[in-house]
Write a protein that binds this ligand. Structure first.
Ligand SMILES: NC(=O)c1ccc[n+]([C@@H]2O[C@H](COP(=O)([O-])OP(=O)(O)OC[C@H]3O[C@@H](n4cnc5c(N)ncnc54)[C@H](OP(=O)(O)O)[C@@H]3O)[C@@H](O)[C@H]2O)c1
Length: 141
């Protein structure tokens, strides 16, 4: 995903305090794009803004969108529960709140539509094919 200069909103990083997002957040900052660090604790490293987010507590999901100007989400999906059902609900909420771009962290072992992130991958493609979102799926080894 690339953000053009006219489209630089805040990027919500789910799993924001984790290994992957702790590398992404400084890259966004350096590019002039503010990251919002989401995790269950709501804490963020110095110089960054954190927000509480828990896949297991839908009642607090809206907190993640109390910051204005979020137009993209880096999506680290839940590993428990019915992932695709949860992600669908979350994506619907995010779209209602103005998010138009989603980047999913999947894995090279997960082909589209087979299970877990593969199912979520398919869902993002369907929304994209309907012209409702822009999307990317990362599949590192
Ligand atoms: N590292 C890789 O190269 C790689 C590659 C492909 C896929 N993945 C997958 O991507 C995911 C993240 O990887 P990572 O290495 O960054 O993980 P990590 O270092 O273990 O970080 C996990 C992050 O998710 C948050 N988190 C945990 N449970 C949560 C919940 N119920 N709701 C919301 N947030 C929650 C954690 O913060 P709190 O504990 O504060 O909530 C933390 O920010 C993992 O599922 C991993 O299997 C990783």
């Amino acid at each position: 995903m690339s953000l053009t200069t006219t489209q630089r909103g805040t990027v919500l990083l789910l799993g924001g305090t984790g290994k992957v997002c702790s590398r992404i957040a400084p890259l966004l900052l350096a590019a002039g794009i503010p990251p919002l660090i989401a995790s269950r604790s709501g804490k963020a490293p110095p110089g960054l803004v954190g927000v509480r987010f828990d896949w297991d507590d839908e009642s607090i999901w809206k907190l993640a969108f109390s910051t204005t100007g979020i137009n993209a989400v880096f999506l680290i999906a839940p590993v428990s529960g019915d992932q695709v059902a949860l992600v669908k609900k979350f994506v619907d909420l995010a779209r209602e709140r103005g998010v138009s771009r989603f980047v999913l962290l999947s894995a090279s072992s997960l082909e589209e539509n087979i299970m877990l992130m593969g199912k979520t991958h398919r869902y993002l493609r369907e929304l994209g094919d309907e012209g409702k979102i822009e999307w990317t799926v990362l599949r590192p080894t």
